[in-house]
Design a protein around this ligand. Sequence first.
Ligand SMILES: Cc1cc2nc3c(=O)[nH]c(=O)nc-3n(C[C@H](O)[C@H](O)[C@H](O)COP(=O)(O)O)c2cc1C
Length: 266
Amino acid sequence: MPSESPRKTFLVALGVCLVCSVLVSTAVVGLRQRQQANRELDKLKNILLAADLYTEDAAVRQTFDAKIHPALVDLSEGQILPETPADKRLDPINFDIKVIARDPKLSRIIPPTDNLAGIGRRPDYMVIYQVMENEQVVRLILPVYGKGLWSTMYGFIALKNDIQTVTGFIFYEHGETPGLGGEIDNPRWRAKWIGKRAFDESGELKIEVVKGTVDPASSQAQYQVDGLSGATLTTRGVDNLVQFWLGENGYGPFLQNLRAKEVAHE
Ligand SMILES: Cc1cc2nc3c(=O)[nH]c(=O)nc-3n(C[C@H](O)[C@H](O)[C@H](O)COP(=O)(O)O)c2cc1C
């Protein structure tokens, strides 16, 4: 066969394609486990960041295991489940919000009037993370998510055990524009949440993201966070998801029960 024949060219091209596709598929299958492990580690790192327990040299999994107690909360009942259900997907270690929110048996439709976070379906259960010190829960890390301008944003909001004060807020996954909505990742903006009050003394949800800058002289300043300039639509999404998840369709009943327990102990 002459070396420039179309048949030979075709066979060589086919051979190269076959070899490349085998290489790519092997790499995808071979790396899947490692990618999954890295994603999990990244999630733990973000929980530690929200809990203010992360340092560059911290051994993420060891710190997580030593300091954080995950728990499965039934959102409608507002209670931590005493035992993990048989369904492996509800095990706090395997829990994947996206998987649970897709399953009609484990999630419910949120009526459009209540659908502030734009999520459509809400899991019946969520895994929360309790930060422990001397066997006491000192902070709660609550997973939250909702629509921004371009994407669904996934994050953690941390509350002190007074169930009022925000001690951290971080997004670990979103597709907002870098430099605009993507500034929700900026540590300077994240720091603006720390010390703000989510609820007032009576337990009413008060926190909000304002457009522009908070007036420090305002009596509401303790409940307000600066908006991001040039990213009003993303910040409105953040505000909406906070209202949803800290409200009655999110962790509201759970937080209310915790407050009632605190009062009973006083
Ligand atoms: C290419 C492009 C990407 C944008 N990305 C975002 C974004 O991620 N988040 C956002 O809130 N606004 C984004 N905007 C800007 C919005 O359209 C809108 O102007 C902005 O949210 C208004 O905020 P401001 O009132 O603070 O200026 C983007 C605009 C353009 C042209």
